[in-house]
Design a protein around this ligand. Structure first.
Ligand code: GDR
Length: 343
């Protein structure tokens, strides 16, 4: 049986990747985890009894742990979803982002080159690499113009993947993944922060209790949001191609943070709902009747913002025969419904 190492399996997209591989392929999956003192296995707990799934320990910041896993398992596939993924934090911990997102990739590729050069390697690239975009929709030809240490760390990783592919004839690719969300999204990212916050507000309103408004940063930022589960199939298809080639995965639609808020409130179906926005910029507030439910707090602004992202997924659609299955509307509805049910 072929073997795959998947990193980042306790996170959103890594856990969907493992589910996909166990369900649709005959590959033995080694989920790489970093041991933490707090429990973080909620997305993979249901997979642990599967005899084709094993957990191994690996830390992107520790090349010895990377090398030990690769040398022992000698995987046929290596899918790297582990990363410091929160863009907002990257200004506060820039070195850490380069150590994990860039140097981690270099150590993985070096180890693959030495121990299993036939291994097919995938690294998760990001739309943040395009950054300060000069045209829309962004395609594979769009230049790299990152705006954050996070974006820069992913651009550097892309160069490393390319150099290792060209120099050592490795099957190594890095996709450009636009924003991907789900019911498993971390609560620091804007979509989940909104849906979780609205679920709590609904509960408070419907039980007659008080509540604090949700505080957000830039409401005008526009993102190309997809469901994370839609991307994992495309990642697998990239690894099954005849030749290594990078692809861009996106929904092909862009929506503002404010639009996400409006739609999430709509699907929350709060009784006697009656909303209105007032003000602009830092003074912008969304009221439910006379109570603020969303307001701007400049502390969530970024030192440099990526204002607009919109991806062109046509090459992936054509070559990989891939399509998204979840629309923006259903994504928001699924996330808010899940958070309401969880409460
Ligand atoms: P992003 O995701 O930076 O696009 O990176 P995030 O959800 O953090 O931000 C999206 C946009 O929303 C604006 N925003 C806020 N963001 C957060 N987190 N919190 C807020 O309160 C808030 N208010 C407004 C942001 O300024 C931004 O414009 C995600 C990550 O998953 C990356 O790892 C991945 O590479 C890219 O998507 C594609």
């Amino acid at each position: 049986m072929k073997k795959a190492i998947v990193t980042g399996v306790t996170g959103q997209v890594g856990s969907y990747m493992v589910e996909f591989l166990l369900k649709f392929t005959n590959v033995e999956v080694y989920g790489a985890i970093r041991r933490l003192s707090v429990p973080n296995h909620q997305h993979i707990e249901h997979l642990k009894s599967n005899p084709k799934f094993h957990l191994v320990e690996m830390d992107l910041g520790d090349e010895h742990s990377i090398n030990a896993c690769i040398e022992e398992i000698k995987p046929d596939y290596f899918i790297n979803f582990a990363a410091n993924s929160f863009v907002g934090l990257s200004w506060k911990m820039p070195v850490n982002h380069f150590q994990n997102n860039t140097m981690g990739v270099l150590h993985q590729l070096e180890s693959i080159r030495k121990h299993c050069p036939k291994c097919r390697y995938y690294n998760a690239g990001s739309s943040e690499e395009f950054g300060d975009v000069i045209y829309s929709p962004q395609d594979l030809e769009h230049p790299s113009r990152p705006r954050s240490p996070y974006g820069a760390s992913k651009v550097a990783a892309r160069q490393i993947v390319k150099v290792w592919r060209d120099s050592y004839d490795l099957f190594a690719v890095q996709g450009y993944l636009f924003n991907h969300e789900s019911e498993r999204r971390g609560e620091e990212f804007v979509t989940r922060k909104i849906t979780k916050g609205i679920a709590k507000i609904k509960q408070a309103i419907e039980s007659g209790n008080g509540f604090e408004p949700i505080e957000l940063g830039n409401l005008e930022a526009q993102r190309d949001w997809s469901h994370a589960e839609d991307f994992v199939r495309a990642v697998w298809l990239m690894l099954k191609e005849d030749k290594p080639k990078d692809y861009l995965l996106a929904s092909g639609e862009t929506h503002s943070v404010k639009e996400f808020v409006d739609l999430a409130f709509k699907y929350a179906e709060i009784k006697e709902a009656e909303y209105h926005w007032t003000g602009s910029g830092e003074e912008e507030v969304l009221y439910f009747k006379d109570k603020p439910v969303v307001k701007v707090n400049p502390k969530f602004y970024r030192p440099a913002e990526v204002e607009l992202l919109l991806g062109d997924p046509s090459e992936a659609q054509k070559d990989l025969n891939w399509e998204k299955s979840v629309s923006f509307d259903s994504l928001v509805r699924r996330m808010i419904t899940n958070d309401i049910e969880q409460l």
